[in-house]
Design a protein around this ligand. Structure first.
Ligand code: KMH
Ligand code: ZN
Length: 278
């Protein structure tokens, strides 16, 4: 197995407003253009949240299907749809995301306070998501906002079996107000806890806002993979707004090369994650 770095770009998210962050990709054309730029500088996975015609977060089924088709037509990126949506989305709409038949979908492993809101992920909902993804051959990325979520994942896999493709990949989302902090110590604690999970489990990590760089550097040093993008940070450096998602991917790719762990191609990423080539 290559020692390279899987770089996921999360270009949009559901939290920032276009009015506040003009560089945020919110239309399908903007998303596809961003995805192509990010692929060119080292991304192999795109984690997708879409917006409606008013740039508001949306889980509209037709828009999701069109988005998957457009990203596949224009890039070789692995298309990962968010099943997390926004904190206001009902479970039924979040489950229906799978109908758009992405390569991957996120699966958050527990409820977490999310700023002033609550990101609700009941056990029965998690089981539903996991088993539906198994049935449809969609590979999950298990989103871990807090250490205890890893024990929920261990319980899930013990009771319901391995995900589609047989490989387990988790993403540590660090620094959400209400979740674990974006520190080296927290990341190392998560990495230690991976001993409870199947051998070969891989992880990526992302730090929200100011936690971006500490988490990126720690993950690289610990043998982990990276997620970057405007879903997680809209500030490149103090007082300097992010210009584009590609700017964040290029920085992550440069650090990965310096660490002698260059970005994986999307083909290498497919092998790593157990995603079948369709
Ligand atoms: N927008 C957050 C409430 C995911 O994409 O699966 C949930 C989130 C996680 O972003
Ligand atoms: Zn997301």
């Amino acid at each position: 197995m290559s020692n390279g770095t899987l770089i996921t770009v999360a270009p949009t998210g559901a939290e920032s407003a276009k009015a506040d962050v003009p560089a945020l990709p919110v239309t399908l054309d903007e998303l596809v253009a961003t995805a192509k730029e990010c692929e060119a500088v080292g991304a192999s996975v795109v984690h997708v949240h879409i917006r409606d015609e008013n740039a508001q977060p949306s889980l509209d089924p037709a828009r999701l299907r069109d988005t998957v088709a457009a990203l596949r037509a224009s890039t070789d990126l692995i298309v990962q749809l968010s099943s997390g949506g926004s904190v206001h989305d009902p479970e039924s709409a979040r489950l229906a995301v799978l109908d758009a038949a992405p390569d991957m979908a996120s699966c958050t492993m527990g409820t977490v306070n999310f700023g002033e809101d609550v990101f609700l992920n009941r056990w029965e909902f998690i089981v539903d998501l996991h088993t539906r993804m198994q049935e449809r051959g969609i590979v999950p990325e298990y989103e871990i906002f807090d250490l205890g979520h890893l024990w929920s994942l261990s319980r899930l896999l013990d009771k319901y079996g391995l995900p589609a493709g047989g490989h387990v990949h988790v993403d540590f989302v660090m620094g959400v107000p209400g979740g674990m902090p974006g520190t080296a110590a927290a990341l190392v604690a998560c990495q230690q806890a991976l001993r409870e999970l199947p051998e070969g489990t891989t992880f990526s990590a992302t730090g929200i806002g100011r936690a971006t760089l500490p988490v990126l550097l720690t993950s690289l040093g610990a043998g982990g993979h990276l997620r970057v993008g405007m879903e997680d940070t809209v500030t490149y450096a103090k007082g300097q707004p992010v210009e584009s998602n590609a700017q964040l991917v290029a920085r992550a790719a440069a650090f990965a090369r310096l660490a002698q762990r260059p970005p994986l191609t999307s083909g290498e990423a497919r092998n790593l994650l157990g995603i079948r080539v369709s």
